[in-house]
Design a protein around this ligand. Structure first.
Ligand SMILES: Cc1cc2nc3c(=O)[nH]c(=O)nc-3n(C[C@H](O)[C@H](O)[C@H](O)COP(=O)(O)O)c2cc1C
Length: 337
């Protein structure tokens, strides 16, 4: 074994953890390649959500969550990642080249890596227990390390209005609805949103979720939705270029894993950021006209009556790693939508 570079088993273990990263509609729009001295992350060009994500923001955020998950996993395994984002200007699908140096995993590294398999997108009502301000400050500092500002939405009504307006706009868009139906309500599929992880809208939620197909998840017993004390956190960047979106995805991962390590439940929400009008409303009403909102995170305590959520499925690690020259080595998934 080369002591200056992790062996293949270690890298595969970290990629397996990176595959647990959240992605829009669980589309997993990434590919990995292993070199002798570097690990590479690419966009999977076959995965495109034309009607949900016309400008590719959610795709770039999703690749950012995978990149951060990989770095967190490697740090927990005793390797520090040095990341070169978009290392090849001629290839916009080449998201990152990652070099690795030995380091001693800290308690924080291990806690963050340990949160990866436990994190879930929990779309149910949360309890009435408030999220301590110190927890929010910690999440903000982890986002700041990625160059991203975390705003705590104080006037929730503005955001709630934007979420509801986006849902109403999308309800009139038959192409969006068809795409959402294709990508959700899944059973036994390795991608898409499983039916078991979404709940039917009951008109009581403070934040209406996307209207996923065939929702089967029950709300926890004995919970008053009106008492749901979830915090809404907005991640924003100073500019809106591709690298800012990638960094916002990295910050999303860092905040979600921090929250999970603290025992909090989390749910990403991007529907109001996918439409120009509701996004503009969030810029003026929530961010005070400064910065570009990239992600909304609903964070709170799951009620004690909430059943554990099943992990949503993923494609396997062998399938998601190509050889360095880009030849497909695993059984490459066919994405036909
Ligand atoms: C960029 C991005 C946007 C997302 N948008 C939403 C959303 O608007 N509503 C929602 O319920 N989940 C959203 N999610 C969560 C994904 O649906 C979820 O990560 C995926 O289904 C996998 O499930 P898991 O997070 O439990 O592993 C989003 C995730 C990402 C990374």
């Amino acid at each position: 074994m080369d002591a200056e570079f992790p062996d293949e088993g270690t890298i595969r273990a970290a990629i397996a953890l990176a595959l647990r990263a959240p992605s829009v509609h669980n589309s997993q729009p990434w590919r990995w390649r292993m070199g002798d001295r570097t690990v590479h992350l690419y966009i999977d060009p076959k995965v495109v959500l034309h009607h949900t994500d016309p400008d590719g923001r959610d795709l770039m955020l999703s690749c950012g969550t995978a990149l951060n998950h990989f770095k967190v996993a490697m740090a927990g395994l005793g390797w520090r990642a040095r990341t070169h984002r978009f290392p090849n200007p001629a290839d916009p699908e080449h998201i990152a080249a990652i070099e690795l140096d030995r380091h001693v995993a800290s308690e924080q590294d291990i806690a963050m890596a340990g949160a990866i398999p436990r994190r879930r997108t929990d779309r149910r009502h949360y309890s009435s227990w408030p999220v301590p301000i110190g927890h929010i400050a910690l999440m903000a500092s982890r986002a700041a390390q990625e160059g991203v500002v975390l705003y705590r939405a104080e006037a929730l009504t503005h955001l709630e209005r934007a979420v509801a307006a986006a849902a109403a706009e999308h309800a009139k868009d038959s192409d969006y609805q068809t795409e959402l139906r294709v990508w959700s309500g899944r059973r036994g599929s390795l991608d898409g949103v499983p039916a078991t992880n979404t709940s039917a809208p009951d008109g009581t939620s403070r934040m209406p979720s996307r209207t996923f197909a065939n929702p089967l998840l029950q709300q926890p017993r004995g919970v008053q939705p009106s008492e749901d004390a979830a915090e809404l956190l907005v991640l924003a960047t100073p500019s809106d270029d591709t690298i800012s979106r990638l960094r916002a995805g990295e910050a999303t991962s860092a905040v979600l894993l921090t929250a999970t390590s603290l025992g909090l439940a989390t749910c990403p929400l991007t529907e109001p950021l996918e439409l120009p009008d509701t996004r503009a409303a969030i810029v003026s009403e929530v961010l005070g006209d400064s910065g570009f909102p990239q992600m909304i995170l609903r964070i709170g305590w799951a009620p004690s009556t909430a059943e554990p959520l099943a992990a949503s499925p993923r494609h396997g690690v062998t399938e998601m790693i190509d050889s360095l020259d880009g030849a497909v080595t695993g059984r490459r998934r066919e994405v036909v939508r």
